[in-house]
Design a protein around this ligand. Structure first.
Ligand SMILES: C[S@@+](CC[C@H](N)C(=O)[O-])C[C@H]1O[C@@H](n2cnc3c(N)ncnc32)[C@H](O)[C@@H]1O
Length: 294
């Protein structure tokens, strides 16, 4: 049931320690999700603090607002790339800190109706904002084999990309794809199973990234920081795979070279063994933080 959805915030105390520098400051949670990070942050902040929480997913916003239940949170359904405009409309000053906890939340993965999971029967949707844009089914049923191969190879680092792309184009002539299990079954027939990982893992990841234009959006995020972070303020990015981390790592390096920004941590911060033991989703997480120096 939706009320029982859980998402354990990752590296939450570490992030709080690194970005909450002013107890009564203004902050952005660019990926509010179920509000796990925001709830902790507010418990550590003073009465004068405020947080703007954004998420593309309207359901997430509703649950977060209920769960956090705090007037210091202003929540809106929007992309984090809209933060400069929203902050201007709200008339907020430049921020003391911002968090971008990338990718999808475990509640989205667990909700079969969203189509993110190959182990649950559901519509092939995969949109964070399910009110607009192309679904995974639209992509599978209309993209050329070359385009599908590009997505699987570049967003999923899948070795059998071409084979799967061809198999999809052949299968959809008989019947267009509508359901997650149809795709998962086709992948199982075309990719040999190695170890414990399901062969559909990378293809599903790749499709989700394509549906939500995730990498293009992540690429734009560091460029926006100058418009929203004050001097001395910090921005934290929590990434979940090497494609995302590479973008943040090189963007931060370029920003630091301008002299306007400083890397707070030079090496990626990973969750402890203890945290991974309690929350398996934390195993692929990595944190990078940058500070505006002028
Ligand atoms: C990992 S979850 C965040 C979990 C959250 N930190 C918590 O503790 O509950 C990522 C969230 O980011 C949202 N999201 C992904 N891309 C986004 C974007 N460009 N703008 C706003 N939200 C986005 C997803 O809908 C998802 O709810």
């Amino acid at each position: 049931m939706a009320e029982n959805w859980q998402h354990i915030p990752i590296l939450a105390k570490e992030i709080a320690g690194l970005i909450l520098q002013d107890k009564n400051g203004c902050y952005l949670d660019g990926t509010l999700g179920l509000g796990g990070h925001t709830k902790l942050f507010l418990s550590m902040l003073g009465k004068g603090a405020k947080i703007l929480g954004l998420d593309k997913d309207q359901k997430a916003i509703e649950f977060a607002v209920n769960k956090v239940n705090d007037t210091r949170l202003t929540a809106k359904q929007a992309s984090y790339l809209d933060a400069p405009q929203i902050l201007a409309e709200l008339n907020w000053p430049l921020l003391d800190g911002a968090l971008f906890d990338l990718g999808l939340s475990s509640y989205q993965l667990d909700d079969a109706s969203r189509g993110f999971s190959f182990s649950k029967s559901g519509p092939l949707d995969m949109r964070f904002d399910n009110t607009k844009g192309q679904t995974a089914a639209d992509i599978l049923n209309t993209f050329t084999a070359d385009k599908l191969e590009y997505i699987f190879k570049n967003y999923g680092e899948e070795r059998s990309s071409y084979k799967v792309a061809l198999a999809i184009c052949q299968a959809r002539r008989e019947k267009p794809f509508t359901n997650t299990f149809e795709l998962a079954n086709l992948i199982e027939k075309n990719i040999p199973r190695f170890g414990g990982t399901h062969p559909a893992t990378k293809i599903f990841q790749a499709l989700r990234i394509a549906v939500n234009h995730e990498l293009q959006t992540v690429e734009e995020a560091p460029k926006m920081l100058e418009k929203i972070i004050k001097i001395g303020g910090r921005a934290a990015f929590l990434t979940f795979h090497s494609l995302e981390d590479r973008i943040i790592k090189y963007s931060f390096r370029d920003m630091a070279q301008t002299g306007k920004w400083r890397l707070v941590n030079k090496k990626l911060i990973n969750p402890s063994f203890e945290e991974i033991k309690n929350n398996s989703r934390a195993r692929s997480a990595g944190l990078r933080v940058i500070e505006r120096v002028y």
